[in-house]
Write a protein that binds this ligand. Structure first.
Ligand code: HEM
Length: 479
């Protein structure tokens, strides 16, 4: 409804590298798009950090500086508030329902309002404090077993299970660990991410979905439908169980809340299911990646590890044998470590793709309606014009007079945008940060950590698959 026809303008498009017929700039985007897009922006972007690429046939605006991000996410927030359609995304989101992949409009607005007001607000997140403390205690017990025998722990697996168990408890009221469903859940998240990640045929040539009966994207659609069917069966079962068990406290988990608010928000069953998939998928991979990168950076920076350990170990009263959430309040260095990890390793380095709803002018450039938009928050977090020693892990950069101050990550400061900004910003910040801080504080409080015998360095090579993870599993020995 907001899309307008082409407008006469004398302004040029933002600058572009040379391109090839048919593929445009696809050949210039490597396996780590955030890295290659930064390199391209440095060479070809405007000094305000804007660049246009043609990815297949899709015109794409790339914003790679603080000023460019501010223009896209604040000054023109409404214009860039939609998400592009794609064959796999449309299937996995029940036909563009829910929040994360829904187009800008009334359905998205209602779903997001519901999530912010009822599912993920600060007091709701606080109500999961006991669940978080229980889940953290389970992880610590497991690590203790390994510490007793001097065995290395697969931190990647342990931390990813922790975040998915936390999300399952919030969404469905219990973890899927007991029934062994956590493995299926893990597979579904990995397969969905692989289908949604970036630059596949369907995203590069959207016309293929309709051309020649959609033959060329049939295989992608079939794969997406298979994954969707498995999601659907799992969530249907959860909803049926919730609908039959009337809980005294209808606020106890997301599914109960969604069912009790169904009428007020005019939600269909499919809309509920799409929101549930969003919560499962968006909440799991992101938070665990931050924990894993934080541990890897701390092992690489032993001084930071020692400072954090000192803070955590001296912050609690004698005789207390674990860290509770109440203890986190004064842990300045812990919060600075989390911020610094989010600066260097934002799990979604290009945010989620957006699309412009109407023609707009940004500074001296013209951006036509229907342009895809990527904001390279990874490049912005490492921009030497914004950050001293930009590539270094230095949590103390966020500490002033003993307090965590300065640039924050909640979408107001455009130098640090791991959760995005504006209307499409992540609604799960409180939920994620609460789990990350409590888990990290306990990992550091209970154990000293070292690399396994024979391993003398940590390989920080990344893999891009919607989110960015470390290529190698992180294996550490607790002591
Ligand atoms: C460290 C953890 C997390 C990070 C770094 C993160 C990051 C992001 C980013 C970058 C976006 C896209 C923002 C944009 O386009 O401007 C996003 C969207 C979203 N996130 Fe998160 N997220 C995290 C945790 C969570 C959690 C725990 C939940 C829910 C349980 C969640 C739910 C969502 C949803 C529903 C959206 C879609 C918002 C929309 O399209 O309006 N996220 N997140």
């Amino acid at each position: 409804m907001f899309i307008t026809g082409p407008r006469r303008t004398t302004r040029p498009l933002p600058p572009s590298p040379p391109w090839l017929p048919l593929i445009g700039h696809v050949h210039l985007v490597g396996a780590l798009p955030h890295v290659s897009l930064r390199r391209l922006a440095e060479r070809y972007g405007s000094d305000g950090g804007l660049m246009t690429l043609r990815l297949g046939v899709v015109p794409t605006l790339v914003a790679s500086s603080t000023r460019a991000a501010q223009a896209v996410l604040r000054a023109h927030d409404r214009c860039f508030a939609s998400r592009p359609s794609s064959v796999c995304g449309d299937v996995l989101s029940y036909g563009r329902l829910g929040i994360a992949l829904a187009p800008y409009g009334e359905g998205w607005r209602q779903a997001k309002k519901l999530a912010i007001t009822h599912l993920l607000n600060a007091s709701k997140v606080q109500s999961y404090c006991a669940a978080r403390e229980e889940e953290v205690a389970l992880v610590i017990t497991k690590i203790r077993g390994a510490a007793a025998t001097g065995t290395a722990v697969d931190m990647s697996e342990l931390l990813s299970k922790f975040t998915s168990d936390m999300v399952c408890r919030a969404v469905a009221g219990r973890s899927f660990r007991v029934e062994g469903r956590d493995r299926v859940f893990r597979e579904l998240i990995d397969e969905s991410n692989a289908l949604l990640a970036g630059f596949n045929l369907d995203n590069l040539y959207p016309g293929l979905a309709t051309a020649a009966g959609g033959v060329l994207v049939r295989s992608a659609r079939t794969k997406a439908e298979r994954v969707w069917e498995r999601w659907d069966r799992m969530i249907d079962k959860q909803i049926d169980e919730h609908a039959t068990v009337l809980h005294e406290d209808q606020d106890c988990d997301f599914i109960h809340m969604l069912l009790s608010l169904q009428e007020e928000y005019g939600l269909t069953r499919d809309a509920i299911k799409a929101i549930v998939v969003n919560m499962f998928a968006a909440g799991t991979d992101t938070a665990y990646l931050v924990l894993e990168f934080a541990m890897a950076e701390l092992i690489l920076h032993q001084e930071a590890m020692a400072t954090l350990q000192y803070e955590v170990r001296s912050s609690i009263t004698k005789g207390q044998n674990t860290i509770f959430e109440d203890n986190l309040v004064g842990m300045t260095y812990l919060k600075a470590v989390v911020k610094e990890t989010l600066r260097l390793h934002p799990p979604s380095p290009l945010l989620l793709p957006r699309v412009s709803l109407e023609d707009c002018d940004i500074k001296s450039f013209h951006v036509p309606a229907g342009t895809s938009v990527l904001v390279n928050v990874w490049a912005i977090g490492r921009d030497p014009k914004e950050w001293d020693a930009a590539e270094e892990f230095m949590p103390e950069r966020f500490i002033q007079n003993g307090e965590v101050k300065g640039i924050d990550f909640r979408g107001k400061d455009f130098q640090l945008l791991p959760f995005g900004s504006g209307r499409r910003m992540c609604p799960g910040i409180n939920f994620a940060v609460a789990s990350i801080e409590l888990m990290l504080a306990n990992l550091i409080y209970h154990f000293d950590w070292k690399l396994p015998k024979g391993v003398d360095k940590i390989d920080m090579t990344e893999v891009f698959l919607l989110t960015v993870s470390r290529k190698e599993k992180l294996r550490l020995v607790p002591m």
